[in-house]
Design a protein around this ligand. Sequence first.
Ligand code: SAH
Ligand code: SF4
Length: 340
Amino acid sequence: MERKDIKSMTKEEIALELAEIGQPKFRAKQIYEWLSKGVDSFEEMTNLSKDLRNALSEKYIVPSAKIARKLVSQIDGTVKYLFSLYDGEKIESVVMSYHHGYTICISTQVGCRMGCVFCATGMNGLKRNLFPGEMLSQITSAEKDLNIRISNVVLMGMGEPLDNYENTLKFLQLVNDDEGKNIGARHISLSTCGLVDKMYDLSNEKLQITLSVSLHAPNDMLRSEMMPINNKWNIEKLLTACKDYTESTKRRISFEYTVVDGVNDSEECAKELAKRLKGMLCHVNLIPLNTVSGKEYKPSQNSKKFCELLNNMGINATIRRTLGSDINASCGQLAGERNS
Ligand code: SAH
Ligand code: SF4
């Protein structure tokens, strides 16, 4: 019999499983609490009897994220983890310290199949989706290792979260649970390259999470060159989905725009972008391009001017601070074992 993944279950689901083997409800609560604390073997659940622990180990796995390597930035203390999963696959997560607390950037897939030309994650395609429990384990492993409590989660590491929709949604439910990690939806951001159908599904969930949309270009010709997904859903369809998302959730969209030297950083691009976003409830996050080995793109020298131009045209824009640059922990540089 294949063992089931217990960390991807809600407390209610664990209770149902335990009822099948004649265990009372409060046991489910105990197990759920251990899992939320980052315990990744039944052996360590010391308030359960030895017999129960053995029975559970035969039926379930705890999909842990084991630290394979840890790098700490000498510049700003950002920590990058390379985690090893139950099947030997590797993913990366980054913990950043801000004045309001700790934020973790987690991965949602091993690799990515979206093929954006400037990104390290997509270079070898998609290996597999992560389970909800594996997304959660990145948080619990980092908290345990650093002896901290993480207050904010961004789904901006390896992978496209909406390409792993069901698991991502279950993860959001688990991380939000007040008897689990209890991280409020408003402390969670999800970044997508623009899977429009899934954005509509997400908006129907009426979650209060922040949706970040990777835009990166003001017109279809340029965006299709940078992001193959634009051939499926162009900018117009994407921006319509964004407007509908704001309409139904009342949440402001955050657009990500990686500024690439000589590609999308001209005055013309800024004007075109401002025109397209005019009147939308949104914020533009300008991301300095992070160099990725094997890619010829260079960071723009023009970001500040680009930002000012947008602001002058009434578009709310800021330049994102780069953290962990000495340990390749910045946006788009996470690639599992390949470049870390
Ligand atoms: N797949 C999702 C989330 C992960 S990528 C998405 O694409 O939105 C997180 C962010 O980093 C995205 O905005 C992505 O476009 C950006 N990014 C990718 N490669 C980058 C690079 N080399 N430099 C700067 N940002 C990059
Ligand atoms: Fe995938 Fe996002 Fe990288 Fe594009 S930018 S390849 S969607 S991880």
